[in-house]
Ligand binder design. Structure first.
Ligand SMILES: [Zn+2]
Length: 258
């Protein structure tokens, strides 16, 4: 299939997903969303497990950021921003879990939306076209932030609408496999997607099983494990960043020697 056709199919899928959401009724935030299992205070930290487990995001974010800063190609700003968004996700999520409410949840969701939109842009950069990725990155980031602000304002007005934020969070996980199937390109990027998608699906499962796990009485609830697994999901991206960073360093060294 010609590349232009593939691109049109991908854009049509994206548009269709938005149209389906536009025709669905608004989805408000579950009023019990902020009631997490096992909200014990330890060393003065309220909801300690949910707060401290965000260290995973901060750790992978810092390691990924340091590797991406060594890149010399066009991926550098996108990857540096992705890892920066991961660090902000850890901080924003810890801030939210310290005292969970709608207003604090905004600061958990905005960095996550930035990370999801940048991940989708990176997949487009690797599989479709770097020029297209450059053009849509900032509009996608803006769409991510607007979706969260729209949710918060609609919730405050008593007509909560999570549809657009749900698109920001779930569409990349659907779009990336579509891109992988349509654009069969070799490379390290291709091999990292399956573990990412599996970890992400498992993390979502643990989020849903938060109270069930706690009720087993083993001192663990699902939400902190979800944080750790979601952070583990991007470890393959750290590895990928590291591979390209070392290739970049070699290239710079060769240029300096000639
Ligand atoms: Zn959380």
């Amino acid at each position: 299939m010609r590349n232009e056709w593939k691109l049109w199919i991908f854009l049509a899928c994206s548009l269709m997903s938005l149209l389906v959401l536009a025709f669905l009724p608004p989805i408000s935030q579950d009023p019990h969303y902020h009631c997490f299992a096992g909200d014990n205070t330890i060393f003065g930290i309220p909801c300690a497990a949910n707060v401290v487990s965000n260290l995973g995001f901060i750790l992978v974010g810092v390691v990924g950021f340091l590797h991406s800063s060594k890149l010399v190609d066009a991926r550098r700003p996108m990857l540096m921003f992705f890892w920066f968004a991961m660090i902000l996700t850890g901080l924003g999520s810890a801030y939210y879990h310290w005292s969970p409410n709608h207003a604090r949840l905004v600061w958990d969701r905005i960095p996550m939306s930035l990370a999801f939109m940048t991940l989708l842009t990176l997949a487009i950069n690797e599989h479709v076209h770097s020029r297209l990725a450059k053009r849509i990155w900032i509009p996608l980031l803006a769409a991510g932030v607007i979706s969260v602000v729209h949710w918060y304002l609609s919730e405050k007005a008593g007509k909560g609408d999570l549809r657009w934020y749900a698109w920001v969070q779930f569409y990349p996980m659907l779009a990336i496999p579509i891109l992988l199937i349509m654009y069969q390109r070799a490379g390290a990027w291709k091999s990292i997607w399956l573990p990412i998608l599996l970890c992400y699906a498992l993390a979502k499962g643990l989020e849903l099983a938060d109270h069930t796990l706690w009720n087993w009485g083993i001192g663990l609830s699902g939400h902190p494990l979800k944080h750790l697994l979601a952070a583990a999901a991007v470890v393959p991206v750290v590895q990928w960043t590291k591979v390209y960073a070392s290739a970049s360093s070699k290239l710079v060294q060769e240029i300096n020697e000639t």
